[in-house]
Ligand binder design. Sequence first.
Ligand SMILES: Cc1cc2nc3c(=O)[nH]c(=O)nc-3n(C[C@H](O)[C@H](O)[C@H](O)COP(=O)(O)OP(=O)(O)OC[C@H]3O[C@@H](n4cnc5c(N)ncnc54)[C@H](O)[C@@H]3O)c2cc1C
Length: 310
Amino acid sequence: MSLMRSLLLAGSESLWLRQRAPNLPFVKKAVRRFMPGERLEDALTAAEGLRQYGIGAVLTQLGENVTDLVKANEVTRHYTEVLVNIGTSKLDCQVSVKLTQLGLDVDEARCYANLRSLVERAKERGTFVWIDMEQHTYVDATLAIYRRVHCEFPNVGVCLQAYLYRTADDLASLIPLGGGVRLVKGAYREPASVAYPRKRDVDGNFLALAKLMLAPDACAAGARAVFGTHDRRLIREIQRLIDGRSAMREACEFHLLFGIQRAEQARLARERYRVRVLISYGEQWFPWYMRRLAERPANVLFIVRSMLSN
Ligand SMILES: Cc1cc2nc3c(=O)[nH]c(=O)nc-3n(C[C@H](O)[C@H](O)[C@H](O)COP(=O)(O)OP(=O)(O)OC[C@H]3O[C@@H](n4cnc5c(N)ncnc54)[C@H](O)[C@@H]3O)c2cc1C
């Protein structure tokens, strides 16, 4: 891991920075590149804008590691309203949630109940709930809650991270369940004891896992394969695996983040692949924004430019 990436990921975990940096005008300005605004309405407007390109959306309210159930329940009520909004707006939107935002650190049973109620609401409105994957210490609890909810409802999927050594085993256990899996590289600072430290190994594992997700047995089980990446080389490799197999094209999607690789988003949609853009909103954007900077340290230049133009 590069020094810059390590520093930025360490910054994402700093409470001191979290309390101060978001108030700086040039930081606020720079974050707009990755999020259309802090309000739900901003995200819905952005989703509306994507519709004309045939691109769907996944909405997520930023925030993580809530420390009391009052907050966790508030977040759950918020997502319930989002699902109502999606139902009435007729936008092609799904939601993505973090379990630590629904109370995982405080009370696992309440977190499960919160997620279950959201997935139930989403089912009534014909939409889908994704579960983000957080640090490796949450993987067991996240997958256990996912499995419980998926037993009852088909409209829920979970994210897996290609940087973790364990992911091949996790994937093998999830594929027969036939649910949704969103494969990403992984965004957190993880020790070499649990995650590949070298980028090329993460990329190699991503492709190996993608092949498993697109194998005939995964398709036969009804697994929904989602590739959450902006890596154009990987996207093309995956396209090669999919092309010519129409059932596979139907069963898989590419998900990208708002503001990143827009041309690639449009190209995939033009070529009639299923594409969604994950749109983030909310006030708690600092740790998430630092992770976005760490993914491409050259992004720091945008902050510097933004600072100089103030
Ligand atoms: C839909 C979606 C959901 C995600 N959910 C999770 C999750 O639940 N848990 C988790 O740990 N991680 C999640 N991530 C983040 C993911 O783990 C990676 O950190 C992130 O996607 C960067 O990896 P990459 O696959 O794009 O490849 P990279 O090799 O990092 O990037 C490939 C290219 O994409 C462009 N790019 C990538 N990131 C940026 C950026 N921030 N700014 C500008 N350009 C960029 C650059 O051109 C870069 O060369 C998610 C990502 C996506 C797209």
